[in-house]
Design a binder for this molecule. Structure first.
Ligand code: PEP
Length: 250
């Protein structure tokens, strides 16, 4: 047993209106109950559903995260929202550096600045790293992830370890049904933890696996010693399936 509390987060991506978020969370609450759970549970909602989601989750163990944040407090950044705006919705945290955002141009420097801005605002953070298929096939997984982890944690303080988690999400596994084997996930999460040890207490840092996690494969993935939970995309859209994944947390 690592002593680290598992975290299972659902990334809804560009899905669900406010009304749908309310319905989803009501069902999730009914499935999970409002008592003590074995894992921390979060849903990462689109900006437009954050307020509805946060209201629906109020008083329950379900936490609400945004999917992205801008580093500036305000200003000429059309289409972006600030950490303060996320806090004002009643949300608890945010994803930073999801590969779908990185593919749209988010840089390592922006990820570092956005992690810092979110932590400064009092938000919890899940920061994502992971390699492409070409990088894995070229044997570049470890140096690539090392660079991303070093960049993401460059402005994090050691005492912030409890408010930040890293999600190792190989791009080739996201939305493809090609889940990493438990051994592959374990090796990469262990490597992420080793690199992160230069910044944060590795015994306290939570490292999640993400990439085609389902109720059927979640148990074996989350049972790995360096896998402290899951970031779940497609399978989190159905509250019953997501609750089934939460139930597999060790
Ligand atoms: C994700 O969006 O972070 C993700 C892991 O997606 P999926 O579970 O659909 O692969």
């Amino acid at each position: 047993m690592s002593g680290r509390r598992p975290l299972v987060a659902g990334n809804w991506k560009m899905n669900k209106t406010g009304v749908e978020a309310r319905e989803h969370i009501a069902r999730l609450r009914a499935l999970l109950g409002d008592g003590e759970l074995e894992a921390d549970v979060a849903v990462c909602a689109p900006f437009t559903a954050l307020e509805a989601a946060a209201r629906a989750a109020s008083g329950s163990p379900v936490e609400v995260y945004a999917q992205a944040v801008h580093e500036a407090p305000s200003g000429p950044h059309t289409g972006e929202i600030s950490a303060g705006m996320i806090v004002a919705t009643g949300s608890d945290g945010t994803l930073v550096g999801h590969s779908e955002r990185r593919a749209a141009g988010e840089t390592d420097a922006q990820v570092a600045a956005r992690v810092r801005a979110a932590l400064d605002a009092g938000l919890q953070v899940i920061v994502c790293v992971g390699e492409s298929l070409a990088q894995r096939e070229a044997g570049e997984t470890e140096p690539w992830c090392e660079g991303q982890v070093r960049a993401a944690l460059g402005r994090v303080r050691a005492e912030e370890v409890a408010t930040l988690a890293i999600a190792y999400e190989p791009i080739w596994a996201i939305g493809t049904g090609r889940t990493a084997t438990p051994e592959t996930a374990q090796a990469a999460c262990a490597h992420v933890r080793t690199v992160a040890a230069g910044f944060l207490d590795p015994a306290a840092l939570r490292v999640l696996y993400g990439g085609s996690v389902t109720p059927d494969n979640a148990r074996e993935l989350m049972a790995q010693p360096d896998v402290d939970g899951a970031l779940v995309g497609g399978a989190s859209l159905d509250p019953d399936g997501f609750a089934a994944i939460v139930a597999e947390a060790p």
